[in-house]
Structure formats: structure tokens, C-alpha cells
Design a protein around this ligand. Structure first.
Ligand SMILES: [Zn+2]
Length: 239
């Protein structure tokens, strides 16, 4: 193939690579952001059972304290009963104890249902912790891969630009200017292959005569439709 055209094809490869890298530089931080957002949402959701579990635990402690207080009250009342002088006072104290015992019974019932709920939640909380551990691991790995990718973008870009500049030195300035102009007008592609008389840039058929010339002539030809510089490539043969 024509030497200058070969150079342009390589330059085009680097230009496409540079374009991909600059897209990555924009999209990778967005992907990282999205991943972080999704993980915090998941974290918030999976913590719900644990939050409920902790609430019940503290309600359990509160209720145990209530019982302790009620029992202390009953003991004091019983001590006072020993010093009571008349029946009316004695009856009042008995009533006091009865009321205290009734409320203790209510608190005990509440404790039983709290313990029941805690029992049920324990398995869920444990399971959630396992899921959390697994997902956190996965999230951290994915995040690291994206960050590594992003960190490599700048150095890859510099390497591509350097190689491109080296190649560019061997291309005549007018051809280079022509390539740049076509590239600018055609979504970053200035050189493209043609196969079975179809331009790979715009996918439009080119005249058979032109297709023949591209394969035989040493001249450089452009697509009549998109104006991209064309080169013949047999798509059925490996490079
Ligand atoms: Zn075309």
C-alpha cells in the first residue's frame, strides 16, 4: 500500500484512541460517582434491620430498668406496711402493691414480645452482614478498577500523542492539513477503509470505477459521499 496512506491510517488509529481516552476521562468519574451513589443507597437499605434491632435492644434495657424500679417500689411499700397503724392505710398500701404488680406484668409482656422480635431479627441481621460484606468487597474492587483505569488515561494519552507526533513528521504538511480538515468534518474520522465498494465511514456505495482505482492506483482517493480518504481493505483476510 501507499506509504503515506499507511502513515495516515496509523495516525487515524492513534487519533481514534486519543478520542476514546478523552471520552473515558469524562465518563469514568461519572461511573465512579454512580457506583458510590448506588452503594450508599444499598448500605442504607441493608442497615434497616440492624437499626431496628438496636432500637429493640435499647427498649429492652429501658423495660428491664422499669421492672427494677417497680420492684424497688414494692419492697419499700412492704417495709412501710410493717409500721402501719390502721387498716385504712394498710388497705391503701395493698392497693398500691397490686397496681405496681399489674404494671410490672404489662412491662413483662412487652419484654416477651421484644425478645421474640429480637430473636427473629437476629438471623436477618446476620444474613445482612454477610451480604453487606460480599457487596462491599465487590464495590471496592469495582471502584478500584475504575480508578486505576482513570489514573492510566493521562499517561496513555501522552503516549498516544507522542507516537502520533512522530508519525506526523513523515507526512507532507498539505496531506496532513487535508486529513485534519476531513477528520474535523467527519466525527473524528479522516481515513477509512472501503470493502465491497462500500465506504466504512458513511456506509454508502462508491462507483465501481473508483473502487477499482483505489485497489490499483498509487493515487489517493476520497469518498464521493463523505469525503474521507479511502483505502482498500479485504475484510475477509486477517491483517
Ligand atoms: Zn464515505
Amino acid at each position: 500500500m501507499k506509504e503515506k496512506l499507511l502513515l495516515l491510517i496509523k495516525i487515524q488509529e492513534y487519533d481514534s484512541q486519543i478520542f476514546k481516552l478523552s471520552t473515558k476521562k469524562k465518563t469514568l468519574p461519572e461511573q465512579i460517582e454512580k457506583l458510590n451513589r448506588e452503594f450508599s443507597q444499598f448500605e442504607e437499605e441493608i442497615k434497616k434491620n440492624k437499626v431496628k434491632y438496636d432500637e429493640l435492644k435499647s427498649r429492652h434495657v429501658e423495660n428491664e430498668n422499669k421492672i427494677k424500679k417497680i420492684n424497688e417500689g414494692i419492697v419499700k411499700t412492704k417495709e412501710r406496711m410493717l409500721e402501719v397503724k390502721n387498716n385504712k392505710e394498710y388497705q391503701a398500701m395493698l392497693k398500691e402493691i397490686e397496681t405496681a404488680e399489674a404494671s410490672r406484668s404489662d412491662v413483662e409482656t412487652a419484654i416477651i414480645s421484644i425478645l421474640d422480635e429480637l430473636d427473629k431479627l437476629t438471623a436477618s441481621v446476620k444474613q445482612d452482614e454477610e451480604v453487606m460484606k460480599h457487596n462491599k468487597n465487590k464495590y471496592e474492587q469495582e471502584k478500584k478498577a475504575l480508578e486505576d483505569d482513570l489514573n492510566a488515561v493521562d499517561s496513555d494519552m501522552i503516549a498516544c500523542e507522542q507516537k502520533r507526533t512522530e508519525l506526523q513528521n513523515d507526512v507532507p504538511a498539505d496531506l496532513m492539513a487535508k486529513y485534519e480538515k476531513i477528520k474535523k468534518r467527519n466525527k473524528g474520522i479522516g481515513v477509512t477503509s472501503v470493502w465491497k465498494a462500500v465506504c466504512n465511514g458513511c456506509h454508502v456505495n462508491i462507483p465501481p470505477q473508483l473502487y477499482n482505482e483505489i485497489q490499483k492506483s498509487e493515487e489517493m482517493f476520497s469518498c464521493p459521499n463523505c469525503n474521507r480518504i479511502l483505502y482498500f481493505k479485504d475484510m475477509e483476510k486477517p491483517f
